[in-house]
Write a protein of this length. Structure first.
Length: 398
């Protein structure tokens, strides 16, 4: 909820400006007060009248309007909010912000504000991917400016790719996260992710094909709902998400130690593809080939099962423990058995047979198994699976 939160909403000039009207409605439904600022270009796409009608407030649109300056100066306006949101944030506005230009009301407010700023970029895909925009984005991130989106998809200009403004509800979620007002605010959640590397010698290791994409998406989605996330990750091929406490580990034993150190927590999601075995007596020096000496023999020991260990804790067990079951055969039966064996509350079962393209791919098809039964989710992106799971976790912890 956003009761009594004051949002200064700057509406830039882009076709996505129409979505800002829905955003205003959604924010007000949640109790926020929205003060709208419409740039000159923004007013080409939505009218001041519709913006002010939805916001229930006058629209600020001209830096040098003397009446406005007498009622509320632009400096005061820039500081009167709990959060400044720019939606849509155009390439032009981002460039102005990155260079510190202040030649109209919106850019002046953005330079004068001492409040957090959240951008919802929206532009043509090539404009988004242009090195100048990406440079500006990096500068703004370095300045502590948050962003939500853009999303990938078909664009009004007929092209396809990243550039679509995030949907109003996604922006609301990002606003709640920025204000620490999401449904998981004050909740601590541990997420494991990625593969583990089990050393054979200093240069060789045993690993698996996990990319860490699903675990990373889950950590991001939980953080977006306001959770304090400890993200314990093996050597993944995707970077950790922003806004989480990332703990980088290599082996299963290190992952268990990091999880133990992160407890207590309200919930834990074990998305890592942990190696079941490690090489005993891994060599401290590189194993050399000796001519005619044959292949070295490796001995294995079983790794600790992190999910089972945490599920079995007598004291300090998270209220909700979620595991994954990566299966290739009898997915539901195996996952049900795994849930019972490991003692966790929920299992997300997925079929990782090579034909599914799930391992290392962008999509996932999962079945959520709880004490109440099995629930098939349609095939969706790993980000969508993550958002849906985060919503369910928020519901369970409410
Ligand atoms: N897991 C874990 N620690 C391990 C092994 C697995 O925490 N040492 C967790 C995984 O993060 C996942 C769940 O247990 O949430 C299931 O992992 P999976 O590899 O599918 O199952 P296994 O326990 O390895 O069982 P099997 O190999 O028989 O399928």
């Amino acid at each position: 909820m956003l009761a009594e939160k004051r949002i200064l909403l700057i509406i830039g000039g882009g076709i996505a400006a129409f979505k800002a009207l829905d955003l205003i409605r959604r924010l007000r439904e949640r109790g926020a007060a929205v003060t709208p600022v419409l740039t000159r270009a923004g007013a080409q796409f939505v009218t001041p009248l519709s913006v002010s009608a939805l916001a229930g407030q006058k629209v600020f649109s001209d830096l040098f309007d003397l009446t406005d300056e007498a009622e509320m100066g632009h400096i005061e306006l820039s500081r009167s909010a709990d959060l400044v949101v720019v939606a849509p944030a155009t390439a032009d506005l981002m460039a102005k912000m990155a260079t510190g230009l202040a030649n109209d009301l919106a850019s002046t407010l953005l330079l004068a504000t001492d409040t957090q700023v959240l951008l919802a970029p929206a532009m043509n895909v090539r404009m988004w991917q242009h090195p100048a925009t990406q440079r500006n984005l990096a500068t703004l991130a370095g300045d502590g400016i948050r962003t939500v989106g853009p999303n990938e998809g078909d664009m009004a200009c007929g092209e396809h790719g990243p550039g679509r403004m995030a949907e109003p509800l996604e922006i609301v979620t990002a606003i709640e996260a920025a204000l620490g007002a999401g449904p998981l605010a004050g909740r601590r959640v541990i997420v494991t992710s990625g593969p583990t590397h089990e050393p054979i010698d200093p240069v060789r290791y045993i690993a698996n094909r996990s990319s860490g994409a699903q675990g990373t998406a889950i950590a991001r989605a939980l953080a977006a709902l306001g959770a304090q996330v400890v993200f314990v990750t093996g050597p993944a091929s995707v970077p950790p998400p922003e806004g989480v406490e990332a703990v980088q580990v290599e082996t299963a034993q290190q992952m268990l130690d990091a999880v133990n150190a992160a407890l207590p927590a309200d919930a834990a999601v074990f998305a890592a593809a942990v190696a079941d075995w490690r090489v005993t007596g891994a060599s401290d020096s590189k194993i050399k080939k000796s001519p005619g000496g044959g292949a070295p023999a490796l001995d294995f020991a079983e790794n600790p099962d992190i999910l089972a260990t945490v599920s079995a804790l007598k004291a300090g067990r998270p209220a909700l423990v979620v595991g994954f079951a990566a299966e290739t055969d009898d997915v539901i039966a195996n996952a049900n058995a795994k849930r019972a064996r490991k003692g966790c509350d929920w299992i997300l079962a997925n079929d990782v047979s090579p034909g599914t393209g799930i391992m290392g791919g962008a999509e996932n098809a999962v079945t959520l198994i709880t004490a109440e039964g099995a629930e098939d989710w349609p095939r969706m992106t790993k980000d969508e699976v993550a958002r849906r799971l985060a919503d369910r976790i928020a519901g369970a912890l409410a």
